[in-house]
Design a protein around this ligand. Structure first.
Ligand code: ACO
Length: 428
């Protein structure tokens, strides 16, 4: 908080309205407009381009400088030195775990990895070609039906066990969705494996033979989870918070987050990037695609480009690109899409349209190529994003409950008809 005040003069009002100005630890000062309604006004900001919706201590982004910090730690350092579970611990608890805390957390998470057989039966109700994100939305919400006795959102023990359950069961739920779509039996988790290896085992293992997790693949997947773990008040996290502000249980709040993530403007972009690269097909077509992206009359956009907050390189994309090169080399995979992606990036970064609008590759631009190289099917890409983001969603839900937030209830600029009377049917 600071002593600074903002004064808002409005035509027709005798006195300016005085508004408090808050100073965050990092980032620009924030004008508190909460008192405006008491003066008969409220603000209008569709898409929340200039509006902070909450106070948070979890993640900081400087979009102009291309900086992303979780609890103060740069994403590049976390990606290089930590595991996903350590980052999840950090997001949830505010500090990185020491060895004993890390081992205890990992063991607590692994103990919840199974899902009840009744829930496994739910999958048989989905068609063979159901999108895994559609299944995930349904089964995550359905988890709440099994834990009636542990859904007091203000009870610290209930909060913790639900947090552990969600973090632990997401890989199992995701892998069952995949197995359902290819008609293979779902595997039970193997808790002696680490979090990410266990997910890969449930994805690629079969009951017929032993599946050895490739450490290169496990490390790449773990890094993808880290790079997606949190991103402050993005659309899906804000959805989790909005749903949670009503007092809804966390399983349903996270299901709401999964639903919001699915859109191609958000987490669905990683799937859309691969579709786009496949449609381009050849480096020689890159110029015409860039021309389409610039054409005002064409709704086409370069998927994986642009971001609401980053007006510089998305630091996650930089790590992702490096990981992409490493993984493809280690696995000996040659993917023509990578060449197309690199050329596209080169052309776009030199083009006035992209320079002026500050459009840079975002996290989704290279993640799809890595996921494809390690054998993840296209319709599972956004599910992988949801797995990683679960740590962030839970951290924000816990923070919001601890802070005791008000129900989220935006106002609107009404532009419909003024009051009028209903005419009898014959006169309408
Ligand atoms: N290709 C071409 N032009 C673009 C692109 C793009 N990918 N992104 C933005 N623009 C243009 C817009 O047409 C607009 O131009 P105008 O000012 O002439 O009208 C301008 O840049 C600003 O774009 P907005 O849509 O107003 O920016 P906003 O912040 O609302 O949107 C978004 C950000 C949704 C990410 C957008 O850049 C986009 O659609 N990108 C492609 C989808 C994508 O990659 N999404 C993943 C985001 S990251 C994540 O969620 C993990």
């Amino acid at each position: 908080m600071s002593d600074r005040k903002a004064r808002l003069s409005i035509d027709g009002c005798t006195q300016p309205i005085e508004l408090a100005v808050h100073s965050p630890t990092l980032g620009p000062d924030v004008i508190d407009v909460g008192d405006l309604s008491g003066h008969g006004f409220f603000t209008h900001d569709p898409g929340f381009t200039s509006t902070s919706s909450c106070e948070s201590k979890i993640t900081y982004i400087d979009g102009d400088k291309g900086v992303l910090l979780h609890r103060g730690y740069p994403i590049e350092q976390l990606a290089a030195q930590c595991s996903y579970l350590e980052v999840a611990y950090l997001l949830l608890n505010g500090e990185l775990p020491n060895a004993a805390q890390g081992a205890e957390f990992s063991s607590a998470i692994s103990r919840h990895s199974m899902v009840t057989e009744w829930l496994r039966d739910f999958y048989n109700g989905f068609r063979y070609d159901a999108h895994p994100m559609a299944m995930l939305c349904g089964v995550v919400g359905a988890l709440s039906s099994f834990y009636h006795d542990l859904l007091d959102i203000h009870d610290a023990e209930h909060q913790q066990i639900t947090t552990h359950r969600l973090l632990s069961k997401m890989p199992t739920l995701a892998a069952i969705a995949y197995k359902h779509s290819i008609g293979q039996p779902a595997l039970y988790p193997r808790n002696e494996l680490d979090y990410t290896s266990n997910f890969l085992y449930m994805m690629y293992g079969t009951p017929c033979e032993t599946y050895e997790v490739d450490p290169v693949v496990a490390r790449a997947m773990d890094r993808i989870f880290i790079l997606h773990a949190d991103h402050e008040q993005n659309a899906s996290t804000s959805t989790v918070r909005l749903a949670g502000s009503t007092g809804a249980n966390p399983f349903t709040c996270i299901a709401a987050g999964v639903a919001a993530l699915w859109g191609p403007s958000h987490g669905g972009a990683n799937e859309a990037v691969i579709h786009m690269l496949e449609e381009i097909g050849d480096i020689k077509n890159v110029d015409s695609v860039v021309a389409r992206a610039k054409d005002k009359d064409d709704p086409f956009r370069l998927m994986g480009f642009g971001h609401r907050v980053y007006k510089n390189f998305d630091p996650r994309a930089t790590v992702m690109k490096q990981t992409c090169d490493e993984v493809l080399e280690a696995l000996g995979v040659s993917d023509p899409s990578l060449e197309i992606a690199k050329r596209l990036e080169e052309i776009a970064l030199e083009d006035d349209y992209f320079i002026e609008k500050k459009l840079y590759p975002n996290v989704d631009f290279y993640s799809g190529i890595i996921l494809r190289a390690i054998g993840i099917p296209l319709n599972m890409f956004t599910v992988i994003f949801a797995l990683g983001r679960t740590a962030g969603w839970l951290a924000h839900w816990n923070e919001m409950i601890a802070e005791g937030s008000k129900i989220g209830r935006p106002r609107q600029l009404y532009t419909g008809p003024a009051k009028r009377d209903v005419k009898p049917l014959g006169e309408r």
